[in-house]
Design a protein around this ligand. Structure first.
Ligand code: HEM
Ligand SMILES: *[C@@H]1O[C@H](CO)[C@@H](O)[C@H](O)[C@H]1NC(C)=O
Ligand SMILES: *[C@@H]1O[C@H](CO)[C@@H](O)[C@H](O)[C@H]1NC(C)=O
Ligand SMILES: *[C@@H]1O[C@H](CO)[C@@H](O)[C@H](O)[C@H]1NC(C)=O
Ligand SMILES: *[C@@H]1O[C@H](CO)[C@@H](O)[C@H](O)[C@H]1NC(C)=O
Length: 333
């Protein structure tokens, strides 16, 4: 009895010592792991990598589009693939909000392609949120950006509401404070916000996003004059032809590098929200740092992307593995 009691007590102390931290971790966040699919879907990494390589070589705009889609997903309800949900009769989804700023079709397509391949190899196992996180990393690396670890085990969320986009996604006409309040809400520092903005070293923007800088009616005097001339010509019909767009990094548009930050110093930042990072005293030191040293930018960007991938992650209690990335498994109004 005595022995039993003492072993009970020692067991109790083990329980007291070790259980509470684990419970706390489970309660506050879903823990992600690097090898989440090692047993259940061993070819996950390979399938994503191969699909992404094929798609990116066919359609070089995929990488930038996917990076942006991932960013929007994580800032709207957390990284839970809510941005992939299609609008139906009962629900106007995130991706169709008026502020959707035309999320690119190629990015949705890459997720669909990977999901299709994975459903053949290991049906019902891999979440759409993990597909988006992993394919973004592979694409960023493919176009010259830094490699970083992607932890896995996200579940797909149960909600996607268009009206929640406003105030949660930064806009081209925002001040540094406007943007910072959105990043802060998601746990990011000013330095991390500037690092992540370096994502604008690839991809493009539709003319309407920067039209006030060139047709304002005055041309923004802080925009490089030659660059402004090129943009005016490129965008002259933008109100008629809504597809007109310009590269965010006019110097090395397809390459992930620190050119975006070098451009900002020379009046070659396309969006007002890009230029303002150089103009504002609080963010300028980080712009200078990254413009002068690509290694620091890559280190900071990589770390911030890992962090971005953990924002508002869902687990089994508040998420599922969707069968189709654009529909909840149950009709969900
Ligand atoms: C800091 C505040 C930010 C603002 C105000 C902003 C705004 C914008 C706007 C207006 C566009 C053009 C959309 C279009 O016309 O199609 C754009 C494109 C893009 N954004 Fe951002 N963004 C911000 C941060 C980020 C972050 C943190 C990332 C990712 C790490 C990112 C990645 C991209 C990419 C890759 C594109 C190009 C998309 C493509 O080529 O399809 N942005 N952004
Ligand atoms: C929003 O995205 C949909 C496609 O998903 C597109 O048809 C619509 O024109 C977009 N709206 C705006 C305001 O860009
Ligand atoms: C900022 O841009 C959005 C759309 O991109 C627009 O709805 C809003 O009115 C603009 N705000 C200001 C202050 O111009
Ligand atoms: C709009 O611009 C795009 C890109 O330059 C071009 O391919 C397309 O033909 C134009 N559409 C119209 C209706 O002019
Ligand atoms: C750039 O940053 C890296 C990493 O912080 C550092 O090791 C390196 O010395 C820096 N290079 C220059 C030229 O300052």
């Amino acid at each position: 009895m005595k022995a039993t009691m003492s072993s009970f007590l020692s067991l109790l102390s083990v329980v007291l010592l070790f259980v509470p931290p684990i419970l706390t971790a489970l309660e506050t966040e879903t823990s992600l792991t690097k090898d989440y699919y090692q047993k259940t879907c061993p070819d996950f990494g390979k399938i994503v990598r191969e699909t992404v390589t094929t798609k990116q070589s066919q359609q070089p705009t995929t990488a930038a589009g996917t990076l942006r889609l991932f960013f929007h997903d994580c800032f709207l309800e957390g990284c839970d693939a809510s941005v992939l949900i299609a609008t139906n009769t009962f629900n106007k989804a995130e991706r169709d909000d008026d502020l959707n700023e035309s999320l690119p079709g190629d990015a949705f397509d890459i997720v669909t392609r990977i999901k299709t391949a994975l459903e053949l190899s290991c049906p019902g196992v891999v979440s759409c949120a993990d597909i988006l996180a992993q394919s973004t990393r592979d694409l960023v690396t493919m176009i010259g950006g830094p490699f970083y670890e992607v932890k896995l085990g996200r579940k797909d969320g149960f909600e996607s509401k268009a009206h929640k986009v406003k105030g949660n996604i930064p806009l081209a006409n925002h001040t540094v404070q406007d943007m910072m309040s959105i990043f802060q809400k998601n746990g990011f520092t000013l330095r991390e916000m500037v690092a992540l903005s370096g994502g604008h070293t690839v991809g493009f923007s539709h003319c309407k996003e920067f039209s006030s800088r060139i047709f304002g009616p005055q041309t923004d005097p802080e925009l490089d004059a030659k660059f402004a001339g090129v943009l005016k010509n490129l965008c002259k019909d933008y109100q008629v032809n809504k597809t007109m767009a310009a590269f965010l990094d006019p110097v090395t548009p397809g390459k992930f590098d620190n050119m975006y930050f070098k451009n900002l110093r020379r009046g070659l930042g396309l969006l007002a929200s890009d230029h303002i990072l150089f103009k504002d005293k609080s963010t300028r030191p980080f712009v200078e740092l990254y413009a002068n040293n690509q290694t620091v930018f890559f280190e900071d960007f990589a770390r911030a992307m890992e962090k971005l991938g953990t924002v508002g992650v869902k687990g089994d209690k508040d998420g599922e593995v969707r069968r189709r990335c654009d529909h909840f498994n149950k009709l969900n109004v």
